[in-house]
Ligand binder design. Structure first.
Ligand SMILES: [Zn+2]
Ligand SMILES: [Zn+2]
Length: 342
């Protein structure tokens, strides 16, 4: 099969022929129809993820068609249109038994723990636990965007922060996950303040429902406090950087909830979280890590009803041969780029 491969961290990314995967006994192999290019792929390429073994094929935000099925799989057949959360849970550990698949102790992640979906085929583990059927009305490029950024934003806004109508929500970083969070929070009736250093990203944030936008280069907490009458009820670091994390916590009003969504690899420096503020204002500091497959129906229902529109997040469709350039430029062009031709 053709795949995007790197041989060393930060080294050249090349499309070349590699062996196709076989399904695990409980897994499937999916013919990839669409694979998004995400900041986490960039982190994997840069060597920020300890799970990655070289040579490596990145890609974790995917949708496609089941091409081969392991002998223990019960619920899926060749030809099924599917997507998956980027966390593939084992289905057997204590966290999985409690329904918390997104923090499974034995999780695998395509594009991190094994070769990913910037390739013609990808192997996925524990298919009966992790696969999600893609509704006929949803194209594969949009379905791919659900697997990481949109579902992650949905869980962060709806389930972890439990955003309520009328609350102020600050979103720090308006890349794919940030714009998704803006759209989902606005649809929940929240009033959204979007923060980014790129004017183009802020223009998109307005289109996605942000009531105010703030230049991330300024005094962000002070501006958010001004716009919201004392600080946001909920603030999300959707980028994953020391400055956005700190700004997010500082943007909160008393009793506010910070949700960390963007990855913070220690190699990039640890954020200074003002814990004295966390105590004095009784802030909540929460983490959000993907979303379990069993939680997808609520999100898919809102998409089918037209309340959420992830299709608008997909701003570019590319060929696999263009994926290397897109990965190198991740974060510089607003919206989500999806490889749809392999
Ligand atoms: Zn598990
Ligand atoms: Zn991702």
């Amino acid at each position: 099969m053709r795949a995007l491969v790197f041989e060393r961290f930060g080294g050249p990314l090349q499309v070349r022929e590699v062996p196709s995967p076989d399904p695990a006994p409980g897994g499937v192999v999916v013919r990839v129809g669409a694979s998004g290019i995400c900041r986490s792929d960039w982190h994997a390429w840069q060597g920020h993820d300890p799970d990655v073994v070289l040579p490596h094929v990145p890609g974790h935000e995917l949708a496609g068609t089941v091409a081969a099925v392991g002998p223990e799989v019960r619920g899926w057949a060749v030809g099924d249109r599917v997507t998956v959360p980027f966390v593939n849970a084992c289905g057997r550990c204590l966290q999985c038994a409690a329904g918390e698949h997104q923090v499974c102790a034995h999780q695998t992640q395509p594009g991190f723990t094994h070769w990913g979906s910037l390739a013609e085929f990808v192997a996925l583990d524990a298919a009966d636990v992790n696969l999600v059927a893609v509704p006929d009305a949803l194209d594969l490029a949009t379905a791919a965007a659900l697997g990481c950024r949109y579902a992650t934003a949905f869980r962060a806004v709806v389930q972890v922060a439990a955003v309520r109508a009328g609350e102020w929500v600050a979103v720090h970083g308006c890349g794919g996950v940030g714009l998704s969070a803006v759209q989902i929070a606005a649809a929940a009736g929240a009033r959204v303040v979007a923060v980014d250093v790129h004017p183009g990203a802020l223009d998109l944030a307005r289109e996605f429902g942000a009531e105010h936008v703030v230049d991330g280069a300024g005094d962000v907490p002070a501006e958010v406090a001004d716009l919201t009458g004392g600080g946001a009820h909920v603030s999300l670091d959707a980028l994953g950087a020391a400055v956005t994390c700190t700004n997010s916590v500082r943007s909160l009003r008393p009793r506010g909830r910070h949700v960390q969504v963007g990855l913070l690899p220690p190699a990039q420096g640890r954020p200074e979280v003002p814990m004295e503020r966390v105590i004095a204002l009784e802030l909540q500091v929460l983490g959000s890590h993907g979303m379990a497959a069993h939680a997808y129906p609520e999100m898919l229902g809102l998409i089918a009803a037209g309340r959420l529109d992830p299709r608008r997040l997909v701003t570019r469709e590319l060929a696999l041969d263009d994926a290397a350039d897109a990965l190198a430029e991740v974060g510089r062009t607003p919206g989500i780029a999806v490889v749809t031709s392999f």
